[in-house]
Design a protein around this ligand. Structure first.
Ligand SMILES: [Zn+2]
Length: 312
């Protein structure tokens, strides 16, 4: 075919008609649309789980980031970018969590389809070195899901967006969201009961992921290996030395290291200071067979890890 002369235009046109006729009736060229369900995209696995709780089997859900992905630096594949044009609604975190993904989303999806689930969350503002990161567009700590009360706000935003896009199922979305919000309230009460007796509790994290958890439950995030709200930054040798001094002076309970960053630097700091290194989940759920495959399990796993670290 390639070495032959090009086909005359009318024949190409007929072939095209034939091709379209062959695929359109029975076979589904666009399966997501043909089952009548909303075609919904979520960026992170954590957002995806919350959206799934509200949308249940009324939506077709695609989660862009696989388990274990760092949300700050994720870049979608060309296939994922192409599939985005079929989306009815795209749920993103907001507060510029998806630093490298958002420019792609903004050019592939019309702005009225993009919903920031964190809209209405009272943000934690940057300070210190993070103010420098602010020059690149980040003003607020994006790790809002570390407080289940913020995820209650997510469920309201998700319920509202799904109901607007698919008003026929408004009641079902509302019931699903209400049931899930009750579980989030129970989670919040459980965390409070676990953490409060252990206070004061001082932790160091790989990057500053515990701001909202600290604000809600009263633990102290005394420092981070990467002194930033984004895992994209790199610490200097001097910053590491200062952090090790702080850890030794303050008597830190644990260094918490998430599943989406390279742990080598944190391991070195743990060895230098003699503080235990505790693996937790931060920017992503575990895989489906792991111990943190839902948001609720993710939070329970992290809290249990902190409790065990504090009791050692
Ligand atoms: Zn992060």
């Amino acid at each position: 075919m390639t070495s032959q002369k090009p086909l005359p235009v009318p024949i190409l046109f007929l072939l095209l008609i034939f091709f379209l006729a062959a695929c359109s009736p029975g076979e589904e060229a666009t399966p997501a649309a043909s089952d009548g369900k909303l075609n919904v995209v979520a960026t992170t696995s954590i957002i995806g789980d919350v959206v799934a709780n509200v949308g249940d089997d009324l939506i077709d859900l695609t989660v862009l980031m696989p388990a274990g992905t760092d949300p700050h630096s994720f870049e979608p594949s060309p296939q994922q970018i192409a599939a985005l044009s079929d989306a009815d609604t795209v749920f993103v975190n907001g507060f510029d969590l998806e630093q490298t993904l958002m420019p792609v989303l903004d050019s592939a999806v019309s702005p009225d389809k993009i919903v920031a689930v964190s809209d209405g969350v009272e943000p934690i503002e940057f300070g210190g070195r993070d103010a420098e990161a602010g020059e690149h567009g980040q003003r607020y700590d994006p790790h809002v899901w570390m407080d289940p009360n913020n995820v209650i706000i997510w469920t309201q935003n998700i319920e509202d967006a799904l109901s607007k896009a698919d008003p026929d199922h408004e009641d079902a979305y509302h019931q699903n969201a209400e049931a899930y919000r009750e579980q989030l309230q129970a989670l919040d009460a459980w965390i409070q009961a676990q953490i409060t007796p252990l206070l004061p509790l001082k932790v160091v994290t790989d990057h500053k992921v515990f701001g909202y958890f600290a604000r809600r439950y009263g633990i102290e995030q005394v420092g981070a290996i990467i002194p930033s709200h984004s895992a994209l930054a790199q610490p200097s040798a001097q910053e590491i030395a200062q952090l090790e001094d702080v850890i030794k002076q303050l008597g830190v309970n644990a260094i918490l290291v998430g599943n989406t960053v390279n742990p080598n630097l944190a391991k070195r700091v743990a060895e230098d200071t003699g503080v235990q290194l505790i693996p937790i989940y931060t920017g992503s759920l575990s895989g489906p067979d792991g111990p943190a495959s839902t948001y609720l399990d993710f939070m329970r796993y992290n809290v249990n890890a902190i409790v065990q670290a504090a009791q050692r």
